[in-house]
Design a protein around this ligand. Structure first.
Ligand code: TNX
Length: 511
């Protein structure tokens, strides 16, 4: 593991100057914390307009437009004949994908990414510098920021099945994820309460299966065009959509839409409650496999990302052999279609194709089984990363089956060391799921997301101070040593500066 002195550099994130330009870039309130900041004790005035210039071979104008919007919304006047310059560049390098470097001097700002994702992250970091600066002094401190992600997969899951959320809501969520350097949005597109993606070969899945939701509301679904548009909106912001169809359990909406999917050949009633574990496709029927072959081929055809998520959780009505056989057949379909298998940790009980990923949410032995097969593990421990858990006993929204999860709980954990035998090399990344049994609107989503999503972003992106000691040898002062306590303090200091712009953006965050 690499260690860098970033926490030491960020130590004074809270000490705002009273007057005069802030010349200490190391005091920047950047979340997730970057790898390295070098301050050089000067400042760049933001009083003049900036022109955006870029190397045209490596950057498309769509990206420049998005970056330009981010910067002007954050208070930098952008104009074609601006006196000062913001320079954008992609420069391929032998570095971790998504790495970037920002240089600010008294004359200009330079953003260099090793790839388009890196350049976008650079722009987001600059945006945070702008949004968190004190509004009485119109300067940015000068210096250099170098940054790269610890984990390749940094995800968030939105359950659009228990309650349906329209595309505009998903777009806002994508904006928030991009701001905190996430790169995957997992959409939980089917469950007992709703099937949410149009499938041309099986139109009743959405006509019937998409017609309601928890509590009996109207539900809804994405047309294939909606899905393609969302996928493009996300890609323009560096985010890959991971579609999930939860199989073979959590399928009541499909069982209500096509009678043939049931062993008794009788369609189920639509379901608007919140129980789990009662439904399953009839895994002994060939019809079910023909159905899935067609459905998954349509989804694979629409989806540009490498993964399709097949769920696999909480199947309480099948024996192990039936379950394994089912998962293996479905995994094989994806493999034939050129997609990688992602599924909840239970899928590791079956033999998976090389390159599969088990999403650890509850069962350590399943994560270990995945590693024993040579597969990767994605960390979503319900005790720390489930954003549908209540903050505390007074939180009205959310559930509490995995306990309460306050900001410190969401921050103070690390995937390495959580499951014996699962080491950094096996871990593809971190994902925070938001299940929607109790939430119905963008306001509700924001309340459970903010501020915890920022904590998860730092777990997924930043090098941590582990074992009570960082690179510069600062040791934890807590007894017994809590390796996360000090880094949490630094995190909170930086995060406080984000509350102001969340308020300005109208985000309904939990205080
Ligand atoms: C468990 S996590 C589930 C979901 C629920 C969630 C509520 C998982 C793989 N299954 O079906 O929505 O808990 O927190």
């Amino acid at each position: 593991m690499r260690y860098f002195p970033l926490f030491a550099l960020l130590f004074c994130a809270c000490t705002e100057q009273e007057s005069g330009p802030n010349t200490d870039l190391a005091a920047a309130a950047i979340v997730p914390a970057p790898l390295e900041i070098r301050a050089d004790s000067s400042a760049l005035s933001l009083d003049q307009a900036f022109r955006l210039e870029y190397s045209e071979e490596t950057i498309d104008s769509q990206m420049v437009d998005i970056i330009s919007d981010w910067l002007s919304d954050a208070g930098v006047p952008i104009s074609d004949d601006g006196d000062r310059r913001v320079w954008l560049e992609n420069r391929a390098a032998d570095a971790t994908p998504e790495s970037y470097k920002i240089t600010i001097d008294e004359e200009e700002i330079r953003l260099v990414g090793v790839d388009p994702a890196g350049l976008r992250h650079a722009a987001q970091t600059l945006r945070q510098l702008l949004l968190t600066r004190s509004d009485t002094v119109n300067y940015l401190p000068t210096g250099v920021i170098r940054d790269s992600p610890r984990f390749a997969y940094r995800g968030f899951m939105l359950d659009v099945s228990r309650h349906f959320f329209p595309p505009e809501t998903v777009e806002r969520v994508i904006d928030y994820l991009a701001m905190y350097k996430f790169n995957h949005l997992h959409l939980h597109l089917s469950d007992d309460q709703g099937w949410r993606l149009e499938i041309e070969s099986y139109p009743r899945l959405t006509a019937i299966g998409g017609s309601t939701e928890v509590g009996g509301g109207p539900g809804g679904f994405y047309t294939q065009q909606d899905y393609l548009d969302l996928q493009e909106y996300a890609a323009d912001r560096g985010i890959i959509i991971v579609p999930e169809f939860d199989l073979p359990g959590h399928t009541n909406a499909a069982l209500a839409s096509y009678a043939e999917l049931n062993c008794d050949g009788r369609a189920r009633e639509l379901y608007t409650g919140t129980e789990v574990g009662f439904s399953s496709l009839c895994v002994s029927k060939e019809y079910v496999y023909e159905f899935l072959d067609t459905v998954l081929a349509e989804v694979a055809q629409l989806t540009t990302g490498p993964f399709i998520h097949i769920g696999g959780d909480e199947v309480h009505t099948l024996d192990q052999a039936e379950y394994n056989n089912f998962i293996e057949r479905v995994a094989e379909m994806l493999e034939r279609g050129g997609k990688r298998v992602l599924g909840w940790d239970e899928i590791a009980q079956a033999q998976l194709p090389a390159g599969s990923v088990a999403q650890y949410w509850n069962f350590a032995e399943n994560a270990q089984a995945a590693v024993a097969q040579g597969q990767a593990v994605l960390f979503s421990p319900a005790t720390n990363a489930y954003l549908d858990m209540k903050y505390d006993s007074t939180t009205e929204l959310g559930l509490s089956w995995a306990g309460f999860t306050d900001l410190e709980d969401a921050y103070s954990w690390d995937p390495v060391g959580m499951v014996a035998g699962v080491t950094e090399a096996h871990i593809i990344g971190v994902e925070a799921p938001l299940w929607s049994e109790t939430i119905e609107s963008l306001d509700d989503i924001e309340y459970l997301l903010f501020p915890r999503i920022a904590a998860i972003s730092e777990v997924a992106w930043s090098e941590r101070m582990l074992g009570g000691e960082d690179l510069v040898g600062r040791t934890s002062t807590s007894t017994p040593a809590n390796p996360y306590e000090e880094s949490f303090t630094f995190f909170e200091q930086r995060l406080l500066h984000h509350y102001g712009f969340w308020e300005d953006m109208g985000i309904n965050f939990h205080q």
